[in-house]
Ligand binder design. Structure first.
Ligand SMILES: NC(=O)c1ccc[n+]([C@@H]2O[C@H](COP(=O)([O-])OP(=O)(O)OC[C@H]3O[C@@H](n4cnc5c(N)ncnc54)[C@H](O)[C@@H]3O)[C@@H](O)[C@H]2O)c1
Length: 343
């Protein structure tokens, strides 16, 4: 089988990482085109990969006859236009989260894909591919915890860029717990409240940090999330699931535990999301490439979260930002999935 020829749009932190993973660790695919708003960046990356070109316009890169599939790793505001172009050209696409920046445009993308018939869009919610989350999900589905009742989550970053604001804590950080909840519980989130505790004096001025999110699902399950993005310590993502027959923890960072002559014991902390979720990104990409190979016969070019999941996450985050401003619980406004044939 010949390699899937991929165009990567946006070669910043994530895009450059994805180019490296496709080139060195993923089988059955090759990067043939890279594009970036900063042409020089794309040219430098293309120069390091055999038979790869830089293309100046993202829409030309999508339309390029040599390109079979697309990875979108440009900033969120450019996703809608690039996704719609992929759909019009019938090209499978793995789009980094968010699908688009708001629920309305995400829904328009879901509808357009459904109209055209093939399932072409996968969204980059990579935690679903992390070994610990995947194990938790299989145990849950096998009934090992009985009925799941509660999810306690912690999402901490050592620091965020100076451009990060309070709404981005919801849209860029909490969005992952939103997807994890929907993945584990297989149901929609129906309401969300963001609580604003006393702010970390070390956080940049104007940013509400930490934040506590409280979510509720359609069947009444409770989810709480501590979001704290300026801890100065490490990248910590923990999830505890509580069910009627017991509970389980993931993300405890308990790799090697060392004891020293100074009387200390412990392990290493995870510095960032690329280290914590490196395996998840690799698995996500390999499974997507395999699905693109298989898609010609099935019409489904995905193996993971789809456009609907991107829309649902956008709708919850939109309600989350409204709650951040009002302090009140906010109902999530979403259309019913059954109302869109093929979504
Ligand atoms: N799944 C995850 O864990 C995860 C983590 C971080 C970021 N992300 C997502 O990945 C995407 C990229 O984030 P990043 O951290 O790599 O950002 P970044 O700023 O490091 O990189 C974005 C790149 O896109 C380029 N660019 C800007 N506009 C463009 C356009 N219209 N077309 C093509 N390229 C364009 C920029 O020049 C830059 O090189 C975002 O959607 C972000 O939310 C996902």
């Amino acid at each position: 089988m010949s390699d899937i020829k991929i165009a990567v749009l946006g070669v910043g932190i994530m895009g450059a990482d994805h180019v490296a993973r496709i080139t060195s660790r993923i089988s059955g695919a090759a990067v043939v085109v890279v594009n970036d708003y900063l042409a020089e960046k794309a040219e430098t990356i293309a120069a390091g990969i055999p038979d790869c070109r830089a293309v100046g316009d993202p829409l030309d890169a999508i339309a390029d006859a040599q390109v079979d599939a697309v990875v979108i790793a440009s900033p969120g505001p450019s996703h809608e236009k690039q996704l719609l172009a992929c759909l019009e050209h019938g090209k499978p696409v793995l789009c980094e989260k968010p699908l688009t920046t708001d629920a309305e445009t995400s829904l328009a993308v879901v509808k357009r894909e459904a109209e055209l018939g093939n399932r072409l869009i996968q969204v980059g919610f990579m935690r679903r591919f992390d070994r610990e989350y995947a194990q938790l999900k299989s145990m849950l589905d096998a009934g090992e915890f009985g009925r799941p009742l509660v999810l306690h989550c912690v999402h901490r970053n050592p620091a965020v860029p100076p451009t990060f604001d309070s709404a981005m804590v919801v849209r860029d950080s909490l969005v992952h717990e939103v997807d994890v909840t929907r993945f584990l519980f297989d149901e929609e989130i129906t309401s969300i409240q963001i609580i604003r505790p006393a702010t970390n004096p070390g956080a940049p001025e104007g940013i509400q940090d930490p934040q506590i999110a409280i979510m509720r699902t359609a069947s009444g399950k409770h989810i709480d999330v501590e979001l704290f993005v300026t801890t100065g310590v490490a990248y910590e993502v923990r999830t505890e699931l509580v069910g009627e027959k017991g509970s389980a923890f993931i993300g405890l960072d308990v790799g090697l535990v060392r004891k020293t002559a100074t009387g200390m014991w412990g392990g290493q902390i995870t510095p960032g999301f690329r280290e914590r979720f490196g395996q998840a990104y690799d698995t996500e990409f390999q499974r997507w490439v395999d699905a693109v190979h298989a898609g010609a016969t099935t019409g489904d070019y995905t193996d993971g979260p789809v456009a609907w999941d991107g829309y649902a996450a956008a709708a919850v985050c939109e309600a989350g930002v409204r709650s951040l401003n009002s302090g009140e619980p906010v109902d999530v406004r979403m259309v019913a999935r059954e109302s869109i044939k093929g979504a």
